[in-house]
Design a protein around this ligand. Sequence first.
Ligand SMILES: [Zn+2]
Length: 215
Amino acid sequence: MKNIIFIAPHGTGKGTQCTNLMNKYNFNHLSTGDLIRNAIKKQDSFAKNLEETINSGQLVSDEIVLEMIKNYLKENKSEQGIIFDGYPRNLNQAKSLDKLLESLNQKIDIVYYLDITKEEAFKRTMGRLICPNCNKSYNKYYDDLKPKNEGVCDNCGTKLESRTDDTKEAFDKLFDIFLEDTYPILDYYENKNILFKIDASKNQEDIFKEIEKVI
Ligand SMILES: [Zn+2]
């Protein structure tokens, strides 16, 4: 059994890699975003409080998220282990997660950090175009992913749409905040000798090969 954490900024294809691992090795997948969405669907008093917090623009507190993770771990026992996707996001969460796992006689075994430069992440996220008609996706910054005619779908000739409303400034800010919050977590896991940096500038197949080497 192996418990795995994935840490990655936008634009690294983290979702694809989580899916690859789940499909091939039967890991459970824990995304705190999904946990929160599912909890809200239950429409009990806890759900009501959660919804109010989110609607008022606040973040769900670390304590509540941890409690939800605890319940998930108790209800979803996995032989293979769990992939923590997008959690922990800061050092406090990392330490609390360790304590929680310890109380359940478990631990984190592998932490993957998908490493990418800001420029590359920018191109990948901000360059994405999609055909609203046939769903084919493109990227205007990469020759092999560009449409043959600018802004038009190769398949059906429909005008392509951008996948994001973000400005370059908004992207830069989010990326910087991510790094600021994430570096202390990386140090924390590096000191435990369970951090594995993966070069995420490679293509998805090569990234997965690197990931598999560690499993
Ligand atoms: Zn199309």
